[in-house]
Design a protein around this ligand. Structure first.
Ligand SMILES: NC(=O)C1=CN([C@@H]2O[C@H](COP(=O)(O)OP(=O)(O)OC[C@H]3O[C@@H](n4cnc5c(N)ncnc54)[C@H](O)[C@@H]3O)[C@@H](O)[C@H]2O)C=CC1
Length: 467
């Protein structure tokens, strides 16, 4: 198979028949360095129903009748099977076609689910054998990276017939890939290998299935490529940021403040990717722990976790003067300033970081809205930011802060809110470990807050935190 004109043989077996050709990539963006997909540390994310963080994913590009591919894009590998033919398309597929493709793709995903690990191993083996020049661009350790690729695929596949959600997700993904130096030419190469790997392990792989995947990837990658190209006109691919203070609050938690080398626009409640100088190409997500400040400084709360490369480096190694890199801001767990509804905020552990930013955001607007914060931690000692929050409470009568520690509470954090309330008219914000988010959403729905008013970090992303 050939994807986007880069010409690698994707499937290890002969083509299912017919002409196998993926349309040529539209080279919307300029060549850039190639970087591997990063992984996550203490990721936070987005809001509501859907995650838009920059998950790992490389996809074949979109067919196009616009400018022909640059030299090199047409290169083929000797002996490669003829690539599949897919009609050119510049927009998202028609709903019917998308649904049919979505059904085929979901079937493949279900088939490969039990052997997902083998699929990803096979995919990376194909990729690095066929495109060895890409290997140095991925992190040395590929463990979390592997999971992220599959997750991104699952998310894209799951929403294939939900154009609005998919496009939003993919645009973020495309923008997020800029910091890796992703080049449009890499998408076809990766797409070929991905489809090659899927075709090896899907039980029911045929021409129609392959065509569905090709159509999906060409569409997916073009959305990403276009979003990256548009973003290139208005923002850097990454920011360098110098550590200005490093405050070890507990043996494992540091509050790290950095000064970006150029203005860094973001909204309270959002998060970014962080790469340390000690582990190149390994990126982890952290929320901004403050609303945007006049001095431009950014603060993160980092907990060192077992085998966490980035988190351990940030907590135990980083010192003032060190320079880290930041990706673009993302996430939509932000304050809706069009309403003055009360805000019920639950922050567990370092998940309190974006909650504090939200509180500061409300304070800065001078809004008269009730904000109720429940701050959960294992012990009193783990309430490392309680003084800051109590300080905010002191100056703002609309703010109430309650600490809930596992040691003392009969009820864990989410259930503690049942003791208070009523909360029906409140917007809810949840940030913390995946288990807390899950039980928190359950508790909030249970007390009558509609799902549309519950914003939280993506559980999928949190589960991938790992590091
Ligand atoms: N550092 C950051 O910027 C952000 C981090 N996060 C996430 O927050 C988490 C923080 O980890 P830790 O500080 O170690 O938190 P932790 O594991 O110590 O948990 C903090 C509190 O959350 C509640 N909780 C935990 N698991 C629960 C469950 N299954 N059901 C109900 N309540 C539960 C408990 O009250 C607990 O004391 C990480 O998963 C991280 O990825 C989320 C957003 C931002």
């Amino acid at each position: 198979m050939r994807v986007g004109g880069c010409g690698a043989s994707a499937t290890g077996r002969p083509p299912a028949g017919g002409s196998r050709h993926l349309p040529r990539r539209r080279c919307a963006d300029r060549p850039r360095d190639v970087r591997g997909e990063g992984t996550m540390d203490a990721p936070t994310t987005t809001s509501g129903e859907y995650d838009t963080s920059d998950g790992g994913g490389w996809f074949a590009s979109h067919p196009s009748s616009s400018p022909p591919p640059r030299g090199g894009d047409q290169e083929t590998h000797a002996g490669a099977p003829a690539p599949p033919h897919v009609p050119e398309r510049r927009t998202m597929p028609a709903p019917g076609a998308a649904s049919a493709d979505a059904a085929r793709i979901r079937r493949t995903m279900a088939e490969i689910g039990p052997v997902a690990d083998k699929v990803t191993s096979y995919f990376y083996a194909l990729l690095f054998v066929r495109h060895p020049e890409l290997r140095p661009l991925f992190p040395a350790a590929m463990d979390v990276q592997r999971d992220r690729l599959l997750k991104a695929l699952l998310i894209a596949a799951e929403h294939l017939d939900n154009t609005a959600v998919l496009v939003d997700y993919l645009k973020n993904l495309g923008r997020g890939h800029r910091k890796y130096g992703t080049h449009a030419a890499h998408y076809p190469a990766v797409g070929e290998c991905l489809i090659g790997a899927l075709s090896q392990y899907a039980a029911d792989w045929n021409r129609e299935t392959e065509a569905a995947w090709v159509r999906a990837y060409t569409t997916i990658s073009q959305v990403m490529i276009d979003a990256a190209a548009a973003d290139e006109l208005r923002a850097p691919a990454w920011w360098q940021a110098e550590v200005v203070t490093h405050d070890l609050r507990t043996p494992d938690v540091a509050v790290v403040t950095v000064r970006p080398d150029q203005p860094y626009p973001f909204l309270a409640g959002q998060y970014t990717s962080v790469e340390t100088p000690w582990w190149p190409r390994v990126w982890r997500h952290y929320s901004f722990a403050s609303a945007p400040r006049a001095d431009g400084l950014l603060t993160f709360h980092v907990k060192a976790v077992t085998a966490g490369w980035v988190s351990r480096a940030l907590v135990h190694r980083a010192r003032p003067g060190d320079v880290i890199r930041l990706g673009p801001p993302t996430g939509s767990m932000t304050v809706d300033h069009t309403t003055d509804s009360g805000m019920l905020c639950l922050g567990g552990g370092t998940g309190i970081a974006p909650i504090k930013a939200l509180v500061e955001d409300v304070a800065e607007r001078g809004a008269r809205r009730q904000v109720e914060v429940f701050y959960g931690a294992r012990t009193d000692h783990d309430l490392y930011d309680i003084d800051t929050l109590l300080g905010l409470q002191q100056g703002n009568p609309w703010l109430s802060v309650r600490a809930v520690t596992d040691q003392q509470a009969r009820l864990r954090l989410p259930d503690a809110i049942r003791v208070y309330g009523p909360w029906k008219e409140f917007d809810a914000y949840l940030s913390g470990p995946p288990g807390m988010i899950r039980s928190g959403v359950h508790a909030l729905r249970d007390i009558g807050i509609p799902p549309g008013r519950i914003r939280h970090d993506s559980v999928e992303e949190l589960l991938l935190a790992g590091d």
